[in-house]
Design a protein around this ligand. Structure first.
Ligand code: DC
Length: 229
């Protein structure tokens, strides 16, 4: 068992992890770790320095010395800075997600980011969102959730988000992109995307955000009740 309570939320791109993690962390008053943002930051830093996405040694060094700051904004959300520059929007593009997925296949990068991720665990607790939170980074977490949704549903959500922002994309293109990312995340040898054996899987395809949040909060409550018995 970890020193402070940890809730891990893992799952594929677009399964709703980020949104659910944010709502649940707010309700619980816990800290949040968006581990995907760290891989995205390594990808941005690599691009800035012209480092190839398969150069494990150079990427590991980048990851080791990543000057990343997450500043909570007053009205909600987080400002993300890399080397003092605001990269909040730059790290959220489809292109950056795809590069992050490639960066994340490097064993040295994953090793370099491991302790940094664990350092996010401080009182009163942590909601950790990613691909390997329950399997590798916080294997002793008290509550583990694995969120899924069909590739079509996930692409649809992303399509609506991007449409709202006026970004010109096609649904068919997004489905292909998501399937490609799933294949890479699931099949890599280092910390592949897989549900921890003790995780509860929730298929969010047909559920509202409120319904998923309620299910996750009730799992956390069950665990904390058991621990106080
Ligand atoms: O959650 P996200 O879309 O921001 O993650 C971007 C990429 O980073 C994802 O395709 C795989 C990688 N990633 C990872 O390998 N392990 C994590 N814990 C989080 C993200």
């Amino acid at each position: 068992m970890t020193k402070f309570p940890v809730l891990t939320i893992d799952g594929p791109a677009g399964s709703g992890k980020g949104t659910i993690a944010e709502y649940v962390a707010q309700k619980l008053g816990w800290h949040i770790l968006d581990s995907g943002a760290l891989y995205r930051l390594v990808a941005v830093a690599a691009q800035k320095k012209n480092i190839g996405l398969d150069n494990d040694v150079a990427l590991s060094e980048l990851a080791e010395n990543l000057d990343a700051v997450f500043l909570p904004c007053e009205g909600g959300g987080v400002e993300v800075c890399l080397d003092g520059d605001d990269v909040t929007h730059a790290i959220r593009t489809e292109e950056c997600g795809c590069s992050a997925s490639q960066v994340a296949t490097n064993a040295g990068v994953r090793k370099a980011l491991l302790q940094r991720q664990r350092n996010y665990l401080v009182a009163p607790g942590l909601v950790a969102d990613g691909r390997d939170m329950g399997t590798v980074v916080f294997p002793d977490a008290a509550t583990k959730v694995f969120l899924t949704a069909s590739a079509e549903e996930r692409a649809k959500r992303r399509f609506n988000q991007l449409n709202e922002k006026g970004v010109d994309v096609t649904l068919a293109g997004l489905i292909l992109e998501i399937q490609k990312r799933d294949i890479r995340d699931i099949n890599r040898s280092e910390s592949p995307l897989v549900a921890a054996f003790d995780a509860v899987t929730i298929d969010t395809s047909e559920l509202s955000i409120e319904q998923v949040v309620a299910q996750v909060l009730s799992l956390v409550a069950d665990v904390s009740e058991k621990n106080t018995m």
